[in-house]
Design a protein around this ligand. Sequence first.
Ligand code: FAD
Length: 363
Amino acid sequence: MHAEIAGAGFAGLVAAIALRQRGWTARVHEIDTELRAFGAGIFIWDNGLRVLQAIGAYDAVADGAYAAPGYRTERNGVCMSFGKVNSEGHFRLLTMSRQHLYSAILAAARRAGVELETNSGAIGATPDGVLHLADGRRLQADLVIGADGVRSAVRESLALPGARKKYIDGIIRVLVPRGPLVGGRWDEVIDFWAFAPRTLRILYTPCGTDSLYMAMMAPVADAAASAIPVDPDVWASCFPDLRPALEAIGTKGRYDVYETTRLERWSAGRVAIVGDSAHAMPPTLAQGAGCAMMNALGLAVAVEGVSRNDLPAALAAWEARERPLTDHTQSSAAHLAATRALAEGMPWDSDVFRAVRHVPTGT
Ligand SMILES: Cc1cc2nc3c(=O)[nH]c(=O)nc-3n(C[C@H](O)[C@H](O)[C@H](O)COP(=O)(O)OP(=O)(O)OC[C@H]3O[C@@H](n4cnc5c(N)ncnc54)[C@H](O)[C@@H]3O)c2cc1C
């Protein structure tokens, strides 16, 4: 059995590796001229780490990732919550550069014998299992996977009903040297919030041994705070302790408004849609890649040993099994994005962490 996959992001690569592990052949088409990750840092919780273990990428990810001792939320300088992570009885949470995570998954894909094509953009697919490429090729497969991100061409070509949404906030993501921010609380993840003199948030985390990842949230309506290059004075007016890191940003960074997708169905015939193309969510719970990887692995498990004729039914069964958790996580993330409720502290014992506690299919 053979799969043609659009998009060499986390979802596309994990699906390809998991299919190869189950005896399929898999070819991944990436529109970019290089295989690389976009963005700065990333948080991967327990559930995503389990998937990385299942596809043989965990050791390379853990080697060089950062395991913080705790996760603190501060609002206008006041500690709102603190939770331990990465110790007995607590969630695992690794932070790393996106490129570090991507390189580890890409190496696992190469080891697994996944075929990779760059400069190979998809323009659509048909439910009978044909992937259409921008260079004119029409590739017949037993299974086509649209893992081509939030603006998915494969999804759009199938005209699957669904909704896309933008939010009131956006984020600038940067990696900078840790500089003097080392030791004590500076070794923790710190979710800094301020509502005066303006509404801003910096999710601060060491990322690897000597670099620091900052996800800097600013309202779309705040032109000065959402501007690139970052103005250190604007941000230091809320977070003076972070001035050394803010001044190290220079011209780096890009401001991205949160975008989400929710589809009525995740498949059409023998085409499956997975990852951000199916279920992009606001980054409030840091679960977009976690859910993308869980569903990509779950997809491979669902089609294992299934005959060609039974594939469409297997895709429906995959969605029925995996979707409730993704819908729940996406809705929780959307609520937290719309209300900025994380400023009150991390709701550690609440159901918003259902995905983190989940043991993913195939792990
Ligand atoms: C600010 C922010 C912070 C985030 N932080 C976290 C976090 O800490 N933890 C977490 O789990 N998630 C996080 N996420 C979410 C996470 O980045 C995404 O959910 C994840 O990248 C989705 O992976 P994907 O493979 O589905 O899509 P993508 O990563 O977007 O990959 C899609 C791939 O398809 C390629 N492509 C696009 N169009 C085509 C085409 N037509 N043909 C072929 N290839 C194509 C793209 O170039 C890309 O390589 C964050 C998101 C944002 C916006």
